[in-house]
Design a protein. Structure first.
Length: 182
């Protein structure tokens, strides 16, 4: 994985108004799972993770790694048709709530039926396609944007550019760059 941190020396102040931002290049699905495992070491109950990226970008693959890192029960698969899945912990860690807002057209009102606000304090909540829909759940959230190259830029079809941006006090100085290096 190649790493670039927007909070590193020489980065322009305010380049990312949300807080610490880290960009990493992931070269395979296995590396995406590894990134998820590394992120899981940083996550704790009450954390909201919002994933965005086109179809097939690797959102569920990243979440699978988060689930492995958190040590939760059950295979982490796309929740597109069930909208949300709860994966209980196998040990002392928090459960993982994995939701998919792709088929939900509205904002937070439509998401309220999923009770994410109730689950959030005790769980790590990961929402695919949640941008513009779940931000009101928490001032503190991690936004993960996954891009895959297209056209002439698609020399390596498995490569993805992943940008992680922490929003709110929880993520200031949380060590995102160190976590994704692991």
């Amino acid at each position: 994985m190649n790493l670039r941190s927007d909070d590193s020396p020489g980065a322009s102040p305010g380049a990312r108004p949300g807080g610490e931002a880290v960009t990493v290049t992931v070269t395979s699905a296995g590396r995406m799972v590894q990134l998820g495992r590394s992120l899981a070491a940083l996550l704790r109950a009450g954390d909201l993770v919002v994933l965005s990226g086109e179809l097939g970008a690797g959102k569920t693959t990243l979440t699978r790694g988060i689930g492995e890192g958190l040590g939760v029960r059950g295979a982490v698969t796309s929740p597109t048709f069930v909208i949300a899945r709860v994966h209980p912990p196998l040990g002392d860690g928090p459960p993982l709530v994995h939701a998919d807002a792709y088929r939900l057209g509205g904002g937070l009102e439509e998401m309220e039926d999923l009770d994410l606000d109730v689950a959030l304090p005790e769980s790590v909540v990961v929402v695919e396609w949640g941008e513009g829909k779940v931000e009101e759940l928490s001032e503190d959230r991690l936004h993960v944007e996954i891009h895959r190259p297209r056209g002439a830029d698609a020399a390596d079809a498995d490569a993805r550019t992943v940008t992680l941006t922490g929003h709110g006090p929880r993520w200031r100085g949380a060590g995102l760059a160190a976590a994704v290096r692991a």
